[in-house]
Design a protein around this ligand. Structure first.
Ligand SMILES: NC(=O)C1=CN([C@@H]2O[C@H](COP(=O)(O)OP(=O)(O)OC[C@H]3O[C@@H](n4cnc5c(N)ncnc54)[C@H](OP(=O)(O)O)[C@@H]3O)[C@@H](O)[C@H]2O)C=CC1
Ligand SMILES: Nc1nc(O)c(N)c(N[C@@H]2O[C@H](COP(=O)(O)O)[C@@H](O)[C@H]2O)n1
Length: 576
């Protein structure tokens, strides 16, 4: 067929009897058909079909733009990387062979923008081996953009990709559309080839691929043309000379090429692919059981208490700290020490997970880790592992365990959660002198966790909160949600520590747990005359009923930390 859809060379029968080639994985820069295309021996069997075009991965256009710009670090689970990368591989050309670290678990690949390659000027039009007419070589644009990135693939207790920019360039010298114009993505070429391999004419495939222009553009196909479809399928067509046909519901219309029959719908023409609307066939995975929803309409009351987005770190250099927990009417966290007690109702539980999604890290004491065996992830709809990408919205679990007494095993929920791609590897804050045994250390690392050693103690031989928070800030943590348990909360509410708290969000459940549990009640505070004072008083207070619970939100003023303990252990002053 010619460009208008009339028959042309290579689309009709001739027959060599060779089947589709046995196939290596596609290289990033396969050179498959487009203005630059060269030979296409050794192409893998296509796995992408028209379905992939009509059921694109979620947010494809936005993701292509993100993977083009790489403004910030992008973390993707392996299946997500494999889903999106073929839609952007027209931009990124692999530079050299992957490097693997000593453990064999970290594989790094380097890529450069297609326009980093030098300009190519053909000397002459080289004759082709297969006796085909000489193809007009074009001058290839190049040497104009220095953007580079690396992909780091981790394989261990979990697997995933991290994509980061490398080098000095901060942005491309051109936009994404410019690359879409000069090079097609491998996924588009594969879709084109797979359709022709079903026995359809390239011109018909081209028409069908253009049916939903918006989706084609989102996939990078704004400049897809009939020659691309021909190029993509050329090798197969040379070896399969049977008669090719137009798609059902389409016809050849002289002067207009392949067009849809009057009255035919897009589903008639796509015959075998009509179940494309079946969610099971879409590229959007179902939400896992236990996914929580916290309605947008109910979030406003929390806004003033959340970490700021800009500037992310205040000038003090400390992360934003939110103290949040659930308590009974008698200020108890649990029925008995070492026992987990569910206090939050479904609504406040969902709120807690919304709060988790807004913080970089969750901090608990080892008493809680031992008692609760918590997952410490965020299970809110839309975060990574729960409908979102990568680990977006997943906080880093941090366990304060100075004596290395947390008996972490592969069965621990936090590690099981990491293995399922639904949370991050935990960081353990330890004190020197209590070395964690090498097996547990290795286990932590294998699941993407690590330990941080601190040496800065207070008078009671506790690690100073200042040191803990600074260490987390040094690791890039800009906001911390401190969840408990009793010792941690009471310690933080001491006058010398309370100034590190920015917001307090406490769920009060309509329950008395009775004496004998783990209580929240900080040590008493006295003024300079020895008169008792409130230990902590909050500002900007809001009480919000949520389900059967009520949520108290408050702020702490920085001057609260001005109070110092007296020599007798009594605080000299406190400003509530
Ligand atoms: N209702 C709710 O919202 C919540 C309830 N809980 C409950 O609380 C209970 C656990 O509370 P609790 O037993 O008080 O334990 P914590 O979780 O408060 O852990 C306390 C331990 O953590 C270590 N630690 C914490 N802070 C420091 C520090 N600054 N310096 C040095 N070490 C530190 C110490 O370990 P070491 O002793 O080894 O020195 C300390 O004994 C559990 O039953 C849990 O279910 C927990 C969180 C929230
Ligand atoms: N907000 C809240 N309400 C309760 O009733 C609780 N018991 C807790 N406990 C905290 O949440 C952790 C459990 O987390 P996962 O659900 O396992 O992820 C637990 O360790 C406490 O920190 N919180």
């Amino acid at each position: 067929m010619a460009d208008d859809g009339s028959p042309s060379q290579g689309e009709g029968p001739s027959g060599s009897g060779l089947g589709p080639m046995n196939m290596n994985l596609p290289s990033t820069d396969s050179g498959e058909g487009n203005p630059e295309s060269e030979g296409q021996d050794q192409l893998p069997l296509p796995t992408r079909t028209l379905r992939d075009l009509l059921n694109p991965p979620r947010d494809l256009a936005r993701m292509r733009q993100r993977l083009f710009e790489v403004k910030d670090k992008i973390e993707l689970q392996v299946d997500e990387f494999e889903r999106y990368w073929p839609y952007i591989d027209n931009v990124w050309v692999r530079q050299h062979k992957a490097g693997t670290d000593k453990s064999g678990r970290v594989i790094t690949d380097y890529y450069a923008c297609r326009l980093q390659r030098p300009t190519y000027t053909p000397k002459s039009d080289t004759p082709r081996r297969d006796g085909q007419p000489t193809r007009k070589k074009q001058i290839r644009e190049g040497g104009t953009c220095q953007m580079r990135l690396k992909t780091i693939r981790y394989e261990g207790g979990y697997s995933g990709y991290t994509i980061v920019k490398v080098g000095d360039e901060t942005q491309h010298t051109h936009d994404l559309e410019h690359i879409d114009k000069i090079k097609r993505t491998s996924v588009l070429m594969e879709i084109a080839r797979s359709e022709v391999m079903k026995g359809y004419m390239p011109a018909s495939v081209f028409t069908v691929m253009n049916e939903d222009m918006e989706k084609l553009i989102a996939a990078g196909g704004r400049y897809l043309n009939r020659n691309d479809v021909r190029n993509a399928s050329q090798h197969w067509r040379q070896n399969h000379r049977e008669e090719l046909r137009v798609h059902e519901g389409y016809k050849y219309d002289h002067g207009n090429g392949i067009v849809r029959h009057d009255g035919a719908t897009q589903t008639t023409q796509l015959n075998g692919d009509t179940q494309m609307v079946d969610p099971a066939l879409t590229n959007i995975p179902p939400l896992p059981p236990g996914t929580l929803r916290f309605p947008e309409s109910g979030r406003a009351f929390l806004e003033p208490y959340l970490p700021p987005t800009e500037p992310a770190v205040d000038e003090s250099g400390f992360p934003h700290v939110t103290l949040t927990y659930a308590t009974s009417m008698d200020s108890s966290l649990t029925l008995a020490p070492g026992m987990q007690t569910i206090l939050s109702g479904p609504e406040t539980k969902a709120m807690t997970h919304y709060l988790r999604s807004k913080h970089d890290a969750i901090v608990i004491g080892v008493g809680t880790a031992a008692a609760d065996d918590p997952a410490l992830n965020c299970r809110l709809e839309g975060v990574g592992g729960f409908g979102g990408l990568g680990w977006e919205g997943q906080p880093r679990p941090v366990i304060i365990d100075p004596g290395a007494r947390w008996m972490i095993t592969p069965q621990s929920r936090v590690l099981q959660t990491v293995a399922a791609g639904k949370g991050r590897g935990p960081w353990v804050i330890m004190a020197p002198g209590f070395a964690m045994d090498p097996m547990r250390l290795e286990l932590l690392k294998y699941y993407g966790g690590k330990y941080l050693g601190l040496t800065d103690f207070d008078k009671k031989w506790r690690l100073r909160w200042e040191a803990i928070l600074k260490a987390l800030a040094a690791e890039g943590i800009k906001s911390v949600m401190i969840e408990g348990g009793g010792m941690v909360i009471n310690d933080l509410l001491q006058p010398e520590n309370a100034g590190f708290i920015n917001s307090v969000i406490v769920t009060v459940a309509p329950t008395y747990l009775g004496k004998g549990g783990v209580g929240v009640s900080p040590a008493p505070v006295h003024d300079h005359t020895g008169r008792p004072q409130p230990a902590v008083k909050f500002q900007n207070v809001k009480w919000q009923p949520l389900g059967e619970d009520v949520v108290m939100c408050g702020k702490l003023q920085k001057q609260a930390i001005m109070a110092q303990p007296t020599a007798s252990g009594v605080n000299s002053q406190f400003e509530g």
